[in-house]
Ligand binder design. Structure first.
Ligand SMILES: COc1cc(/C=C/C(=O)SCCNC(=O)CCNC(=O)[C@H](O)C(C)(C)COP(=O)(O)OP(=O)(O)OC[C@H]2O[C@@H](n3cnc4c(N)ncnc43)[C@H](O)[C@@H]2OP(=O)(O)O)ccc1O
Ligand SMILES: O=C(O)CCC(=O)C(=O)O
Ligand SMILES: [Fe+2]
Length: 393
C-alpha cells in the first residue's frame, strides 16, 4: 500500500453532493480489493456515494482504500455520536440468563422480567451448537471477502429476487449521514428458494444457524406468551409471532475516525424477537429506558443476544418493550454480527392480543398490516423509537 497525504478535503458542508478529493504523493496507484486498483492522480477525485453504494464496494471497499480520515458523508451530528466516557456500572447491564433449566419457572420469570424492563437479554446454554455459531461467523467473513462485483450480484439492482439483498448503511437514499456498515439480508421463504438463491459461499451455514435456533426461539416465545396469560399458541398467533424470518449478515469494517460516525444508528427492530450473534469485538449499546443512558452489551463467548421487536411490543400492548439500540464503529478491528429477525408474516394484521384487552386495558396500538409497518420502517433513516408511532391508536 502506498502512502497518501491529507484525506479528505471537505468540499461542501452537505454530504450528498460532496466529492472527496484525494491528494496522493507518488506513486499514484492505490491497491484496493484484491482484483481492483484505482488510479488516482492529484487532479482525480471519487464520488463516495457512487463508489460505496452504486458500485457495490461498500464501506469495506472504502476502508480498504487506506483512508486516514473519515469521509464527510459519514460524519454524524454530535448528539448521535458515541460518548464512551462514562459507562454505567457493570452490575447495571442487561441480564444474562442460563437456558439449561429452561423448564424452571424462575427462568421463565427472568425472561419475562427482562423483556419488560430491558427489552434485551443474553442467553447461554441455548442449545444452538457452538460449531454452528462459529461456522456462520466464518461464512459471514467469507461473504464480505468476495470482490465488489461478486457481492453486487446480490444488490437491489442486480439480485434476481427481492429476498436477497446486499447493501450498505441502512437507507442510503434517505440518510443525511451514512452508517459505517455493509450487510447481506436474506428473507427465508423456503428451503428450495434458499438453496437456489442465497449466496453459495454462506447459505448452508446460515441455514444451519436459522434451523438450529428454531427450538430456542419457540421456547422463548412460549415463555413470553405465558407471561401475558396466553396459554395456547394457535395457528394465527404462531404466524403473528414467527411467520417469517430474515437473517442479516452485518459487517463493520475498521473505521478511521470511529468517534465521528456510527455503525448503526438508534433504532428498534421491527421484528417480534431478534436473536443476535455477535463476535468478540463489542460495540452494541442498548438504551436503559429508566436512566436513558446507553449500556454496552458485552460479548459473552457462546451467548446469543435476544431482543424484543416492535411487533411484540404492539402485540403485548406495550408490556414487553422494543428498546432503542445502536452500534459504534471500531477503529482497530473489523466486527461482524448475525441477527435473525423473527417476524409476523408480511400479510398478517397485527395489533394488541385479545388477552391483553380482556380486563378492560385500553389498546395502545391499532391493527396494522405487517408489510405496511415494515415498509414504513425501510422508507426513512434510523430514527430511534419513532417507527412505532405508525401503529399508535
Ligand atoms: C439494513 O440495516 C438494518 C436492518 C434492520 C432490520 C431490522 C428488522 O427488524 S428486519 C425484519 C423485517 N421484517 C421482514 O422482513 C418481514 C418479512 N418481509 C416483508 O414483509 C417484506 O420483505 C418487506 C420488508 C415488506 C418488503 O417487501 P417488498 O414488497 O418485496 O418490498 P421491497 O421493494 O423489497 O422493499 C420495500 C422498501 O424497503 C427496502 N428494503 C426491503 N428490504 C430491505 C432490507 N432487507 N434491508 C434494507 N432495506 C430493505 C427497500 O429498499 C424498499 O425501498 P425502496 O425505496 O428501495 O423501494 C435493522 C437495522 C439495520 O441497520
Ligand atoms: O450489530 C449489532 O450488534 C446489532 C445490529 C442491529 O441492531 C440490527 O441489525 O438490527
Ligand atoms: Fe437492531
Amino acid at each position: 500500500m502506498y502512502k497518501t497525504t491529507p484525506i479528505p478535503f471537505l468540499k461542501h458542508a452537505y454530504r450528498n453532493l460532496t466529492v472527496l478529493h484525494y491528494q496522493v504523493t507518488k506513486p499514484t496507484i492505490l491497491t484496493m480489493a484484491p482484483s481492483i486498483s484505482i488510479s488516482i492522480t492529484n487532479s482525480n477525485s471519487i464520488n463516495i456515494r457512487d463508489f460505496v453504494v452504486n458500485k457495490g464496494h461498500g464501506v469495506k471497499g472504502l476502508a480498504e482504500l487506506g483512508l486516514k480520515t473519515l469521509p464527510c458523508q459519514y460524519i454524524h451530528p454530535p448528539q448521535e455520536r458515541f460518548d464512551t466516557g462514562t459507562p454505567e456500572a457493570h452490575h447495571n447491564s442487561i441480564p444474562l440468563i442460563d437456558m439449561s433449566r429452561c423448564n424452571d419457572p424462575e427462568v421463565a420469570e427472568a425472561i419475562c422480567k427482562a423483556a419488560q424492563k430491558w427489552g434485551f437479554f443474553q442467553i447461554v446454554n441455548h442449545g444452538v451448537p457452538m460449531h454452528v455459531l462459529e461456522d456462520v461467523k466464518d461464512a459471514t467473513h467469507r461473504f464480505f471477502g468476495l470482490s465488489a462485483d461478486e457481492k453486487k450480484k446480490y444488490s437491489k439492482e442486480q439480485s434476481v429476487t427481492n429476498n436477497v439483498r446486499y447493501g450498505t448503511s441502512f437507507t442510503p437514499a434517505c440518510e443525511k449521514a451514512l452508517e459505517w456498515k455493509d450487510y447481506l439480508s436474506l428473507l427465508f421463504v423456503s428451503d428450495d428458494e434458499a438453496a437456489s438463491q442465497w449466496p453459495p459461499i454462506c447459505r448452508n451455514q446460515v441455514m444451519e444457524y436459522m434451523k438450529g435456533s428454531e427450538i430456542i426461539v419457540k421456547k422463548l416465545l412460549e415463555m413470553l406468551m405465558n407471561g401475558l396469560n396466553v396459554k395456547e399458541i394457535d395457528e394465527t398467533k404462531e404466524s403473528n409471532l414467527m411467520g417469517s424470518k430474515r437473517i442479516n449478515l452485518n459487517y463493520y469494517p475498521i473505521c478511521p475516525n470511529p468517534d465521528l460516525t456510527v455503525g448503526v444508528g438508534r433504532h428498534s427492530d421491527v421484528s417480534t424477537l431478534t436473536i443476535l450473534l455477535q463476535d468478540d469485538i463489542g460495540g452494541l449499546y442498548v438504551r436503559n429506558t429508566e436512566t436513558m443512558k446507553w449500556i454496552h452489551v458485552p460479548p459473552v463467548s457462546g451467548s446469543l443476544v435476544v431482543n424484543v421487536g416492535d411487533a411484540l411490543q404492539i402485540m403485548s400492548n406495550g408490556k414487553y418493550k422494543s428498546v432503542e439500540h445502536r452500534v459504534s464503529a471500531n477503529g482497530i478491528r473489523n466486527r461482524i454480527s448475525v441477527p435473525i429477525f423473527v417476524n409476523p408474516k408480511a400479510s398478517d394484521i397485527i395489533g394488541p392480543l385479545p388477552e391483553m384487552l380482556q380486563s378492560g386495558e385500553k389498546p395502545l396500538y391499532k391493527h396494522v398490516l405487517y408489510s405496511d409497518y415494515v415498509k414504513h420502517f425501510f422508507r426513512k433513516a434510523h430514527d430511534g423509537k419513532a417507527t412505532i408511532e405508525f401503529a399508535r391508536a
